[in-house]
Design a binder for this molecule. Structure first.
Ligand code: ADP
Ligand code: GLC
Length: 494
């Protein structure tokens, strides 16, 4: 099949969270399965194009796109996604939509007044570039709200285009909380047929426009990134107002768990960690722990567990339950290595404990890919107390690195981490981590205490580590499921 894969962030060019990881990996796996894939993303000025071999596409030339009544001249650069075995090129083409006016802002996402315009321009540009390439995709795979209007543009604005007469659209929700809801003005800026914005129309949401709702209702097939989250999204509690629309699409709405790019996240080959290791020989893990702690100026003690956190610091990630039990947490015989950035409230809480307990807490505020890898390799446990978690990748990376996840049982966390005690209750020793259901500090403390107790039982701990390290969440299986979705969408659109 021919697949145009469209995303606002793609690793290694731009990444603010898991979407970047997914968009950098799934297209390559689809290509491995024999499909022809072209990836599209905006060209931001957050990365150095010379590092990635981008080339201006003369044959495409300049593409004129009108947004909010203003005409922009858009150019296209092309590169190849890095190869799966570390080669420079994978053979999968990535097209960068280059419009400095909208995308040279030193950040991938902004709070600027024209955030809607940025992604209207991106979506329309992708369609125009496909036309210039004269390449008729069987599938346009859109991701998250940024691409939510694209299926509508294909269906309506470009409804007359022969090139797209058989093109189907698939829309993946990576996070329901980010909806791209804007005022009524956005209808005009995007030049969309007003019928979609009559009350109750596919694009209308509380009198304004919702990119996410549009994507949900107009795409041929919709999916999200784990089975449990797909079920949760149909409920008012976790559907964030989109549950009525998802319920309307129930027969065309699926959950497909994300995979992991084990070429990037694998302790046996990881180039960002000083000591590689495997489940056959875990000695490198301890060396990484020592390296991590010494470089962060914490005392190394093999017998004291290190709890790692690598996260966007936003409400979703559940750090609110730490505050009421922060003294108890600080009394645990453990060290903490925390990496992340986001809301002031959480940054402030973590800063406070790192200042008051410098002997056990180290905080790095910001984004640091190398440190993220080192924490996965050097920590003993990995904490994710999320309120909700569509899939979550860090707990899956943690499994591979023998870093035992302690998670709240929600969404993808529930689908990927099996609580050790729960497995024992079933008469098995198959657990891979610790999980709790109640969103409270007590429940979190209880799980951490269980984990710390077991950490001191060397044999038990190793069993849990090896259980996790033996799991295989490579992309192949998930990519095959996407191909099934594509086929279903293609049949529908025909
Ligand atoms: P989300 O997409 O909700 O942020 P995921 O667990 O799916 O959550 O993916 C997060 C990704 O972003 C992981 O690859 C993680 O390592 C990375 N990440 C998050 N915060 C940071 C940070 N401060 N520095 C480096 N990497 C980070
Ligand atoms: C979102 C979710 C995260 C998921 C990622 C990739 O950012 O918050 O759970 O893993 O997208 O799908």
């Amino acid at each position: 099949m021919k697949i145009a894969y469209v995303a606002s962030e793609v690793f290694p060019y731009a990444k603010t969270g898991g979407l970047g990881d997914v968009a950098g990996a799934l297209p390559k796996e689809l290509a491995q399965l024999g499909h022809e894939v072209k990836v599209f993303m905006p060209k931001y000025n957050t990365f150095n194009e010379a590092d990635y071999g981008l080339h201006y596409q003369w044959e495409i030339g300049s593409v004129l796109i009108r947004v909010a009544g203003r005409i922009h001249s858009v150019h296209v650069q092309k590169a190849y996604l890095p190869g799966t075995k570390g080669e420079k090129k994978s053979g999968v083409e990535i097209y960068f939509i280059d419009c400095p006016y909208y995308f040279y802002r030193y950040r991938v996402y902004t709070d600027d007044d024209d955030e809607d315009e940025r992604f209207i321009l991106f979506s329309k540009s992708v369609i125009e570039v496909l036309k210039r390439l004269n390449w008729a995709p069987d599938i346009i795979h859109c991701n998250d709200w940024h691409t939510g209007l694209l299926p509508l543009f294909v269906k309506d604005n470009y409804g007359h285009e022969k090139l797209f007469s058989k093109t189907a659209t698939v829309f993946t929700i990576h996070n329901i909380a980010y909806q791209g809801n804007f005022s009524k003005k956005t209808f005009e800026k995007a030049e969309i047929n007003p019928k979609y914005f009559l009350h109750g129309g596919d694009g209308e949401y509380y009198g304004g426009v919702s990119f996410l709702k549009t994507g949900i209702l107009v795409s041929d097939i919709v999916n999200t990134v784990s089975d449990t989250y797909a079920k949760e999204l149909l409920t008012p509690e976790l559907g964030s107002g989109m549950n009525p629309f998802l319920n309307l699409r129930k027969n065309n709405f699926y959950g497909i768990l994300n995979g992991v790019d084990y070429n990037v996240w694998n302790p046996e080959t990881d180039k960002l960690i000083p000591f590689n290791y495997s489940k056959e020989n875990l000695s490198g893990k301890l060396k990484n722990k020592k390296y991590l702690l010494e470089h962060l100026k914490l005392k190394f003690d093999e017998g004291v567990p290190v709890i790692g956190i690598v996260s966007r610091m936003v409400e979703q990630k559940g750090f609110d339950i730490l505050e009421p039990v922060i003294n108890e947490l600080m009394q645990l015989d453990a060290q903490w290595v925390i990496l992340g950035s986001g809301n002031h409230k959480y940054e402030e809480m973590f800063t406070r404990i790192s200042v008051t307990h410098p002997e056990k807490v180290v905080l790095y505020l910001g984004y640091n890919d190398e440190l993220a890898h080192l924490i996965e390799a050097g920590a003993d446990m990995f904490l994710m107390p999320s309120i909700y978690e569509p899939c979550g990748l860090n707990q899956i990376y943690s499994l591979k690195y023998g870093t035992v996840p302690v998670v709240r049982k929600t969404g993808g966390l529930a689908d990927t981490v099996l609580d050790w005690n729960e497995s024992l209750e079933r008469g098995e020793e198959t657990g891979t981590g610790y999980s709790f259901t109640e969103f409270s500090g007590e429940a979190l403390l209880n799980s951490l205490n269980r984990a710390i107790n077991d950490f001191h039982k060397k044999e038990v701990w190793k069993k849990i580590q090896l259980n996790g390290m033996s799991k295989d969440y490579s992309w192949k299986r998930s990519a095959e499921k996407y191909v099934e979705l594509y086929r279903a969408a293609y049949q529908k659109a025909k």
